[in-house]
Design a protein around this ligand. Structure first.
Ligand code: NZQ
Ligand code: ZN
Length: 388
């Protein structure tokens, strides 16, 4: 196991009714806050009204900024940061999924930055003492609720860039599984793919002697495989929504990745797809990951064999590692396509091969050869082509 620093300052309030604590949790962080939300879902479900009432009761004044869209764009961040500055707001509350929360984190830092907010992402700037961020989460997927990451798109440059700031972790995240009962089928599925993908990124490493990390990772995968289909069939099944929500947090709040080496190539390949074609993050991952696994399984057969056996329950007897590994890859693609009903080919999203070269180059330019788990520029394009 490698050396590591585990750091996670986010307080998690998990379970039924926890959203009622939003006022008392927010009040110590700010008395004049930005209330950030997405499209219509939180209004429609009554959640926003409930949050407003709790804020008022706790003596917290708020300026509302709705309209953060999936694959959140920098223009909304600019709007939010300008409001924070002009109205001297002192904290940001995110009510929504990962897109709202990622925007909230960057707004909170951009409020402390003199230049354009896009500079934070493009130049990896981390302003000191960003505004504190609180979160009421409505979708299980990203793990953003307990990490310092944000991912923002810039249509003007056709980029979608990830950013990390150790001071960007939400101060608290309210995880009430009942708030996810209204998540549509396809977004429940995309969320399940994303949770699994976060585990994959931190699982196929070469670090030795990591049985604890492996075990947590494999358990998260089995939990998602068991519960996502139930949540899709019965959206108000509390147990499956609860397990998915906690799996989302566990996958990307630092424990699975502690002491190992994360990869994140597939996330970068996906972010290019979202940047160029505005497809959902989970949809892009369902396309990229099986193709990446097909390339990588022959390079790491023993590791992929372990994955096949422990994540998918494949019986390895009588076969060599690679044969078992390949069955694990097929099981992954089949779970995405047949069980979750998510497209696993670029053509499923109407994406033609004309920009694959350009996208592979963009990923390569961002990360370079050492940051890509040994993958060459040609390998990156091979992954895209394998997903056609
Ligand atoms: O906008 P509204 O009306 O709320 O609708 C949203 C949106 O259409 C809807 N939704 C959310 N909660 C709902 C609901 N609909 C009904 N009931 C609810 N309770 O779901 C749709 C998708 O929402 P979004 O926030 O975009 O989804 P998600 O949470 O999957 O976030 C995706 C974004 O996070 C980034 C992705 O790249 C993508 O931009 N990521 C962030 C990460 C991080 N910060 O650590 C890591 C991830 O790998 C990922 O890259
Ligand atoms: Zn992701």
């Amino acid at each position: 196991m490698n050396n590591f620093i585990y750091y996670n300052p986010t307080a998690i309030l998990f379970g039924r009714g926890q959203a009622d604590a939003v006022g008392e949790r927010m009040a110590p962080l700010g008395r004049n806050i930005l209330l950030l939300s997405g499209g219509a879902s939180a209004e429609r479900s009554g959640l926003l009204d409930r949050v407003r009432e709790k804020l008022r009761t706790a003596g917290v004044a708020y300026t509302e900024l709705p309209g953060v869209k999936p694959n959140p764009v920098i223009e909304k961040v600019r709007e939010g940061a300008a409001l924070c500055k002009s109205r001297r707001l002192d904290a940001v509350l995110s009510v929504g999924g990962g897109s709202v929360l990622d925007s909230a984190k960057v707004i909170a830092s951009a409020a402390r930055h003199e230049g354009d907010p896009w500079e934070l992402l493009a130049k990896k700037i981390k302003p000191a003492n960003p505004l504190p961020v609180g979160c009421v989460l409505t979708l299980a997927a990203t793990g953003s609720e307990a990490n310092g990451n944000a991912v923002i798109s810039n249509p003007a440059t056709a980029q979608k860039l990830a950013w990390y700031h150790p001071q960007a972790y939400p101060r608290f995240s309210i995880l009430d599984p009942e708030l996810t009962f209204t998540v549509p089928r396809e977004h429940t599925a995309y969320g399940a793919v994303d949770i699994m993908a976060h585990v994959f990124e931190q699982y196929f490493h070469d670090v030795q002697a990591t049985p604890l990390q492996d075990g947590v990772a494999e358990t998260v995968l089995r939990t998602v495989a068991a519960t996502a289909p139930i949540a899709m069939a019965r959206p108000d099944d509390y147990a499956s929504r609860a397990n998915l929500m906690w799996a989302s947090t566990l996958a990307l709040h630092g424990v699975v990745g502690a002491g190992v080496v994360g990869d994140w190539t597939c996330h970068m390949l996906e972010h290019e797809l979202s940047a160029k074609y505005d497809i959902a993050h989970g949809a892009g991952l369902a396309v990229v990951y099986p193709a990446w696994m097909e390339l990588m399984a022959p390079r790491k057969p023993a590791r992929f064999r372990q994955f096949a056996v422990n994540a998918w329950g494949i019986d390895p007897r009588g076969r060599d590692d690679l044969a078992v590994a390949r069955e694990g890859v097929a099981a992954t693609r089949s779970f995405f396509r047949d069980t979750l009903g998510v497209g696993v080919r670029l053509s499923d999203y109407g994406i033609a091969p004309d920009r694959l070269n350009e996208m592979a180059q963009a990923v390569y330019d961002l990360k370079g050869p050492t940051g890509l788990g040994g993958l060459t520029r040609e390998d990156l394009e091979r992954v895209y082509r394998g997903a056609l």
